[in-house]
Design a protein around this ligand. Structure first.
Ligand code: SF4
Length: 515
């Protein structure tokens, strides 16, 4: 793949884009940051030092995730905690869940892969180490990888995800390693609830079980979070929503992490199916529905921003969230690439991305201005087929996921995504998959696509979901707001009656084909 080294046309970004056409300061900033992080409003009232950390981070900024990519390198196989939702032995090529990985890397292989991806995809701005085990249960490999990447690609942000058990022991090393984003998975602050999620932990050379294990874990997690916040390191907390186990309790978790300086709270649905071989998968523990998840997000949204765009990525994910390119960067392929890391080319490309991003934000603001003074109690959800860049640029039949926006006279707000099996296979649509897609977006009034075939179109209309293709290749928010204005006009004129829609299913099981 020597194309990689021919500047200009070798840059995979062209292909990629073509295809998708803390100290006290941190704690204080977490509060002032809430209004802006993850919104389309740009820096807003975020302090500049925080804005610099989040503005092109696809996980810390919902708006950035349409434009910037991240990658994980799987250098950390061992784990010191057993979670009932995790089985690291299970791997399916089309599976996307934390802990899932196809090949493990040495630090040297990892840095080579980072450089290959960063050269090919200049909008890749973040390297995360998230497993497949716990990075801090593998500290030598984890910190060696960060050190090598910081030397070779100094513009890439370094991110660490941990269960938090070993976190208090590594705060100084994290601070020295230029890691300024840490994610801690915190599913409970009550050991009795923790005992239902964690069968054991391994701590200080000893295995603990039950409530003792959960008590040690929660103490260490909260202590680590406080220590990072005091150092000015931005912290995101991940929580898995497990119905009837910790769903109500997560409101308490939200308050506990907020008060200890967390910047962002990411509540994700449990993904649980028997084929995953997890305790929860095998005992029939269900995941939440789309509306249960949204209701919890809404209930927690206050002074701490809720992350709603997490894709629960694999430990070896590469690319834009929701559009994984890891299959193009296997170790064999990476070793054959002629990689020349070009910082200037990356910067120039990202300047272009920023222009595109600014144009998108301005277009949405202009469209929203049309609502000035207008009030309506109506809010509704719409689904969007997109390959990125904030555009409606995906064919209904090719969509691997639909992004979901809530529309109101305040504008368009991203509230989640729904993974689906691709409907169109070899030119033909599959009926079972269409039914599954419709269950996944059942709570939406419309679906925005660049194109759609006659058969799915008529089925969607029958199900009360309007297929909208007249905004193909236009910006999502601007188009959604424009459509919503027409919708409200039709309601006012009595041409249609607004009715609430029902709930929707979050995809469980492995994807049959993400192809
Ligand atoms: S798992 Fe969530 S937070 Fe982590 S890289 Fe993926 S989207 Fe970002």
């Amino acid at each position: 793949m020597n194309a990689v080294v021919e500047r200009g046309k070798h840059v995979k970004a062209a292909v990629y884009n073509g295809r998708m056409m803390q100290s006290a300061a941190c704690r204080a900033s977490a509060k002032s940051a809430q209004a802006s992080c993850g919104s389309e409003a740009g820096q807003g009232d975020l302090p500049t030092e925080i804005w610099e950390k989040v503005k092109n981070h696809p996980c810390y900024s919902e708006e950035a995730h349409h434009h910037y990519a991240r990658m994980h390198v799987a250098v950390a196989p061992a784990c010191n905690v057993q979670c009932n939702y995790c089985n690291r032995k299970y791997d399916c090529a089309n599976e996307s869940r934390p802990g899932v990985v196809s090949e493990k890397l040495t630090p040297e292989q990892a840095v080579r892969k980072v450089l290959a991806v960063a050269t090919t995809i200049p909008q890749m701005t973040v390297l995360g180490i998230a497993g497949p085990g716990d990075p801090l249960a593998n500290p030598a490999k984890t910190f060696k990888t960060f050190e090598l990447v910081a030397e070779a690609a100094p513009d890439i942000k370094l991110c660490l995800s941990t269960n938090g058990l070993a976190l208090p022991d590594h705060i100084d090393t994290i601070a020295r390693s230029k890691i300024d984003h840490v994610t801690i998975t915190i599913n409970m602050v009550d050991p009795e609830i923790g005992a239902k999620i964690y069968p054991w932990i391994f701590f200080n050379h000893k295995r603990y079980t039950g409530i003792d294990a959960a008590r040690i874990l929660t103490d260490r997690q909260l202590q680590g979070l406080e220590m990072l916040s005091e150092r000015g390191i931005l912290c995101k907390v991940n929580s898995v929503m497990i119905p009837n186990i910790n769903d109500d309790h997560l409101i308490e978790v939200n308050k506990a992490v907020k008060s200890r300086g967390a910047f962002l709270h990411n509540i994700m649905p449990l993904i649980s199916a028997p084929e995953h071989g997890t305790v929860f998968g095998l005992n029939g523990q269900r995941g939440p529905t789309a509306q249960e998840l949204k209701a919890l997000h809404d209930a927690c949204e206050g002074e701490i921003k809720m992350m709603r765009h997490c894709r629960q990525c694999r430990a070896d994910a590469v690319g834009l969230l929701g559009d994984d390119l890891r299959a193009e960067f296997t170790t064999d392929q990476v070793m054959k690439m002629d990689v020349q890391y070009d910082l200037e080319m990356r910067k120039a490309y990202q300047v272009r991305v920023e222009h595109e991003r600014a144009a998108k934000v301005a277009a949405a603001q202009n469209e929203r201005a049309e609502f000035a003074g207008e009030m309506s109690a109506i809010t509704l959800l719409v689904a969007v087929a997109t390959k990125g860049s904030g555009l409606i640029n995906e064919h209904f039949g090719h969509a691997k996921e639909f992004q979901v926006y809530e529309l109101s006279t305040s504008g368009a707000k991203f509230v989640g995504h729904r993974r689906v099996d691709v409907y169109c296979q070899g030119g033909y649509g599959e009926e079972d998959r269409l039914s599954a897609i419709m269950r996944g977006i059942h709570d939406c009034h419309a679906v925005f696509v660049s194109k759609i075939g006659g058969c799915p179109k008529s089925n969607l209309i029958k199900a009360g979901i309007e297929p909208v293709d007249q905004y193909a290749h236009e910006f999502i928010e601007k188009s959604a707001i424009a459509w919503f204005r027409f919708y409200l006009d039709k309601v006012k004129r009595g041409e249609i009656q607004h009715v609430q829609r029902g709930d929707a299913a979050i995809r469980q099981g492995s994807l049959i084909s993400a192809g």
